[in-house]
Ligand binder design. Structure first.
Ligand code: EPZ
Length: 423
């Protein structure tokens, strides 16, 4: 399996161009199941999870082309309404095909997605919503069997603003004639991008003055073209890597307002940032990194996906910073690996206390999940000497051309496979 070899201690310098958002591209690709007409999606990042989603669409019966970050999805005969475990176990987000298949075919058989390293990740909010819309949900032998004689519009209050459940229920409701109201929904920018695409397909979704999503269901949806929004988690990841290496980096082709709270916290930590509508310039800063407490929360709160990279920055602060991970129950797996690199971190349940050290030290570490893996790469960039990061298949899920982008910023990083390559 591939690894990253990083010769750290260099400041990042230059400009990095952000790719399209993984967490918008995946649900938007799934939304193409709602029509038999041709859809064209641009700025789709070339990631493992995207390739898995394209495999799922092909399995279900779509004809796919994918070139230069542009995906074309076309009908290719009738769609299946079930997915094999082989595909769902690779990526939980495959469960989001349930909404489109249920609303079009009044049935869907989808394996219950397992948990992952960061938590159990149940789908109860999705299933309760489908039941409110008139479906019968049975879970048998690890599969979710959804059946509906007739789906009807409903008023649904989500017990938690789940991103996936919001998107799954939206895709289901937009083909149920009548008015469906979704309350306490996720407000993440990726959800807005899915709504923008669905409305281009002819859906009628808007937010009312109480912040509820109002869906006027249609009888058919059409093909559409769409360019995926910039990836705010990749943006935040590179901003934090620039800051932690004391570098001078412009993060371009992004949407800074989607990272408002991160940028505010970074300024509080002592960094100078110049922000335009489409870029963030992190100025080189050699002063003390002040400890800043963060609590992860649904958008616009501090993104749980940036908690791990933020922790790496705080390992170099002057003092002790507290991090509360309030979204996932097991999202500190990067902490013990950072401790192996000389960090001073104490975790208890959902709280991590990070006491800053002068320098991190290079070590051989392994990634347990996507964002924790990036946090370890960041630590390797900061530490003098050779850091080796194993299990980078986690990282390949969500960062397009990571080593190329970092090399262009002056980092010394290369990918190698000990089973194949010379050391
Ligand atoms: C999306 O996952 C993202 N993935 C995650 O990004 C992100 O961390 C998460 O939203 C939160 O922002 C994609 O968009 C593909 P949730 P999702 O449903 O939709 C609980 C990354 O690194 N919950 O908002 O699965 C759940 O267990 C990935 O790119 C229920 O209890 O997240 C979690 O504790 C990691 N029941 C919390 O809600 C449900 O039915 C948030 O989950 C659904 C969720």
């Amino acid at each position: 399996m591939d690894r990253f070899l990083i010769n750290g201690g260099k400041k990042l310098n230059g400009t990095v161009h952000i790719s399209g958002s993984k967490n918008a591209a995946l649900p938007i690709l799934v939304a193409t199941l709602l029509t038999d007409e041709k859809c064209v999606l641009r700025r789709v990042p070339n990631l493992r999870d995207v390739r898995t989603t394209l495999k799922i669409l092909e399995y279900l019966g779509k004809k796919i082309t994918y070139q230069n970050n542009t995906v074309t999805v076309e009908a290719n005969g009738t769609l299946k309404n079930n997915l094999p475990y082989e595909l769902v176990k690779q990526m939980r987000a495959s469960f989001w095909v349930a909404g489109p298949l249920l609303t079009r075919f009044k049935q869907a058989d989808i394996p219950l997605p397992g948990g992952c390293a960061i938590g159990v990740r149940p789908v109860d909010i999705h299933l309760k919503g489908f039941e409110k819309l008139g479906a019968v949900c049975d879970v048998k032998a690890g599969n979710v069997l959804l059946r509906a004689q007739r789906l009807q519009p409903a008023q649904i209050i989500l017990r938690f603003p789940s991103v996936g459940a919001t998107q799954n229920l939206l895709m289901c409701a937009c083909l149920i004639p009548g008015e469906t109201i979704l309350e306490n929904t996720a407000k993440e920018p990726e959800v807005d991008d899915v709504i923008a695409f669905l409305n281009k397909m002819g859906a009628d979704i808007h937010t009312d003055d109480k912040g509820r999503l109002i869906v006027h269901g249609q009888t058919v949806l059409h093909g559409a073209e769409h360019t995926v929004v910039a990836d705010r988690i990749e943006t935040g990841s590179f901003v934090l890597a620039a800051a932690a290496t004391r570098g001078d980096v412009t993060v371009a082709d992004c949407v800074p307002e989607h990272n408002a709270i991160l940028l505010s916290d970074l300024r509080e930590a002592g960094f100078t940032l110049d922000v335009t509508d489409t870029s963030v310039h992190v100025h080189a800063y050699n002063g003390e990194i002040k400890p800043v407490r963060v609590r992860t929360a649904p958008y616009p709160g501090f993104a749980t996906d940036l908690q791990a990279p933020w922790m790496t920055l705080m390992t170099l602060c002057t003092g002790t910073a507290e991090i509360d991970e309030d979204i996932f129950e097991n999202r500190f797996m990067h902490a013990p690996e950072l401790v192996r690199m000389g960090a001073n971190i104490y975790t208890e349940k959902s709280v991590a206390r990070v006491t800053g050290v002068q320098k991190l030290s290079a070590a051989h570490v392994q990634a347990s999940d996507l964002r924790g893996g990036f946090a370890l790469v960041m630590a390797g960039l900061c530490a003098d000497g050779k850091t080796e990061v194993e299990r980078i298949y986690h990282i390949d899920r969500g960062y397009e051309n990571l080593e190329q982008k970092l090399t262009a910023l002056g980092a010394n990083i290369r990918r190698y496979n000990p089973d194949k390559d010379e050391f």
